[in-house]
Design a protein around this ligand. Structure first.
Ligand SMILES: Cc1cc2nc3c(=O)[nH]c(=O)nc-3n(C[C@H](O)[C@H](O)[C@H](O)COP(=O)(O)O)c2cc1C
Length: 168
């Protein structure tokens, strides 16, 4: 898909159908995450693909925001590998860049998605036996919009460019 078209059509999906993205498509989305830049190219981001009934049950325990997506990408960072600039770490920045690649790639391959912050990290980590050194950054439920999925409430609702950009 043309990049401008990706930006035009991407929106948050809050009602998914049962249809699961096939493995090949998921792998293409993950490959776009692999190509993302990270601080010093350390690549501390780890992605867990939740698709089994057991893993999905844990996600539902940790978050009200799966919206029935059949697959959830858990974007985490290995805190043993993160870049630190003094007190400041780029852990969540690296994770967020990868997550953004995943969202845009999903759109490119016709897969709907949403970024989720609202989840309990402790419940997620203990339920999935994630190692202590994994810091979960976000969940990305992926799949296909249900037929009656409403348009995202903020679709194309953005501040005027002059409110957010200043030429100096
Ligand atoms: C960092 C971040 C956290 C978000 N967390 C949630 C969330 O927990 N639950 C939810 O329903 N949407 C969540 N969203 C989706 C935003 O509400 C959505 O992207 C925004 O309203 C713009 O709408 P659009 O994605 O349709 O353009 C999150 C988005 C971002 C970027």
């Amino acid at each position: 898909m043309d990049f401008e078209r990706i930006l035009e059509v991407r929106q948050s999906t809050r009602k998914f159908s049962d249809r699961k993205p096939d493995r090949e498509t998921v792998e293409k989305i993950l490959e776009a995450g692999r190509k993302a830049p990270t601080a010093k190219n350390i690549q501390p981001v780890r992605i867990f693909v939740a698709e089994s009934d057991e893993a999905i049950a844990v996600i539902d325990n940790a978050s009200p925001c799966r919206y029935k997506a059949p697959t959830v990408l858990i974007v985490g960072v290995d805190t043993n590998e993160i870049f630190k600039n003094g007190e400041h770490s780029t852990a969540e920045i690296d994770g967020s860049i990868v997550a953004t690649h995943l969202l845009l790639a999903a759109t490119n391959y016709g897969v709907d998605s949403i970024w989720i912050e609202m989840f309990d990290r402790d419940i997620l980590k203990s339920g999935l036996n994630l190692p202590d050194n994994i810091l979960p950054v976000c969940l990305i439920p992926i799949g296909y919009r249900a037929e009656d999925c409403p348009v995202s409430r903020n679709f194309h609702n953005r501040k005027p460019i002059d409110d957010t950009v200043k030429y100096l």
